[in-house]
Design a protein around this ligand. Sequence first.
Ligand SMILES: [Zn+2]
Length: 417
Amino acid sequence: MDLFQQYEYTALDRFLTYVTIDTQSDPYSETCPSTEKQKDLGRLLVSQLKEIGIADAELDEYGYVYATIPSTTEKAVPVICFCSHMDTSPDSSGANVKPIVHKNYQGQDLILPDDPNQVIRMKEHPDLAHQIGNDIVTASGTTLLGADNKAGVAEIMDFANFLIKHPELKHGEIRILFTPDEEIGRGVNKVDMDRLAADFGYTVDGESLGSLENETFSADGEVLTIQGVSSHPGFAQGKMESAIKIAGEIIACLPKDRLSPESTSGKEGFIHPVAIKGSVEEATIEFIIRDFNDEQLQAHERILELIVQEVLEGYPNSGYSLQIHEQYRNMRSVLDQHPKVTALAEEAIKRAGLEPKLQSIRGGTDGSRLSFMGLPCPNIFAGEHAFHGKHEWVSVQDMQKAVQTLVHLAMLWEERG
Ligand SMILES: [Zn+2]
């Protein structure tokens, strides 16, 4: 029996509304949420959750939405959390998004009407080859779409709607969490873990149909401060040691054909300078260091320090300091202790008629930090593609498959939990 045969999905309609609400986050803001406008979507989600019949839905002062789908079983079952983020990336405008549904896609170029130079082509987006006959949603050419992660938000909302409409289906207590500020690395800064009180979680923020990610980068930030020697440039012979030039030499010594974002893929890590400023007297370079393996991460950090030391040998009166701060860690080490969390998600993807694809993310998710905060939390596909840019797209059919996957997963935890 097909659970979903009679069901009228609500994910697309919801999605088309959510993307029109500008929820861009701002890395330069110190408040939480970083932008008040994120609460506009939070408030809408709370009112829609209440319409669905979820009485305890609430938006808190930091912009987090919490809600509970009550249990329908007598069994004691772990509490499962489904999480998506409401903000969009600061990399591309999220204001006045005009979503377009391209029905029954046949492999053609998708020309975005508000800027005809923006064309989504199958050869640049190979996943489109699997979308023939589907309905593709894009933006109109001047903004991102916001499928990252409003596709996930819409899918979780539709999933909640489905479960409430089908009280005969057995599942344990389900917690819904929508976060602000994920795109600026602060998605879980103010999450109230006691209020959440969940045992295991899933972010719904992945890419291709059927994908499941149980591994993220481990990530550190490093700030290198170089102290040079300043003097009057007319009388600097034999004295001046310019911090600007030292910084330039260090950057020039970084590996180019390996250990850089431009030259790595798969499981390879990198050392990446992201900002630089300086004067003759002092210069600072900010780096991000990434790897899937914590020991490799530290090895990259040693390589960087060796480069710095070697360059500074040529500048006997200059000095440096290197400050390392942890950003997040590979969630795999936590998830390996709770194999059921990933295994049941794979099973749910199969029950939705898909082939599960276990992958690692060359980045982080809210789940990488949640996993270390006591909520083991892999990432399930939401169907979002080409995120953070004007070519972003998602298909309606992939969104519906994500809804099915979440429903099967809730039921599986009741069966096997
Ligand atoms: Zn995302």
